[in-house]
Design a protein around this ligand. Structure first.
Ligand SMILES: [Zn+2]
Length: 119
């Protein structure tokens, strides 16, 4: 019996996958494992940037990049996590890894503001 869906190849590992949605040529397509790996790497990089000694402008740019990437992952075909799940994970990481509480607060407020604007 033929399964419904679109035959695709994972952009990262080359595995054959089936998507329920027609793939968008401009976006990468990941199998579940590669989706999680790529998302984790993206979040790690963003948190690493935000951990640096930054002025307000630098913080704003870092948060902008983070929000942009979360939005990008949330709109990939066959997404495996909801935007809110990803967001919750990111907030947890930021609170764990950035020791300066004022900076964490600044980041989270900015994040919410930019996040609202993008949806
Ligand atoms: Zn893969």
């Amino acid at each position: 019996m033929k399964r419904e869906g679109y035959d695709c190849i994972c952009s990262r590992c080359g595995k054959n996958i089936k998507l329920l949605f027609r793939p968008n040529r401009d976006l990468p397509i990941y199998c579940k494992r590669c989706y999680i790996l790529s998302l984790t790497e993206t979040i790690n990089n963003s948190v690493k940037i935000l951990k640096q000694d930054l002025d307000d402008r630098g913080i704003e740019q870092g948060v902008q990049l983070l929000v942009f990437n979360i939005k990008r992952f949330g709109s990939l075909p066959g997404q495996f996590s909801t935007i809110n799940e990803v967001k919750k994970g990111v907030f947890k990481r930021i609170k764990e890894e950035i020791k300066d509480k004022n900076k964490v607060e600044k980041i989270l407020i900015l994040f919410e503001r930019l996040f609202e604007r993008l949806y």
